[in-house]
Write a protein that binds this ligand. Structure first.
Ligand SMILES: [Fe+2]
Ligand SMILES: [Fe+2]
Length: 142
């Protein structure tokens, strides 16, 4: 799997794209560990990284949407809430059970499909609005 998100999912807001790349890189690590049948503790550690990068991105986007009065922020934040729960569920499932092919499939679907779909449906729509309000991304940092 390539360690970069597809160009079609680049939002043009550099900080957000960098955050998405981090999510993708840690997600890629997670999928590799799951497929190699690695130990649970290593998998859980990597899930924690994925979770941290996801939360950093969501918090950043939510702060920016509020700061600039993005008109679609309510539905965007509702979508984040579902994904936050999904990632938490995966962590709990790994904590409680065995790593089965079904779990690996679920991880791929929930993290990759859901996150990528989220970028396509929500982030690509939001980024031009933020960029328009703050073209140089002043005042924001990772
Ligand atoms: Fe988002
Ligand atoms: Fe995002």
């Amino acid at each position: 799997m390539p360690r970069k998100i597809p160009d079609s999912l680049l939002t043009g807001f550099v900080l957000i794209d960098r955050q998405h790349e981090q999510i993708y890189a840690t997600f890629d690590d997670l999928m590799a560990l799951l497929q190699d049948g690695s130990g649970k503790s290593q998998i859980l550690e990597t899930i924690a990284y994925v979770e941290r990068h996801v939360l950093t991105n969501f918090d950043f986007e939510e702060t920016a949407m509020k700061a600039y009065g993005y008109p679609h922020r309510v539905e965007h934040m509702a979508a984040h809430l579902i994904l936050r729960e999904n990632v938490k569920d995966i962590r709990q499932e790994v904590q409680e059970g065995n790593i089965t092919p079904a779990l690996v499939k679920k991880c791929r679907e929930m993290l990759q499909d859901a996150l990528f779909r989220h970028i396509a449906e929500h982030d690509l729509k939001m980024a031009p609005f933020l960029k328009d309000k703050n073209p140089n991304e002043d005042g924001w940092s990772l």
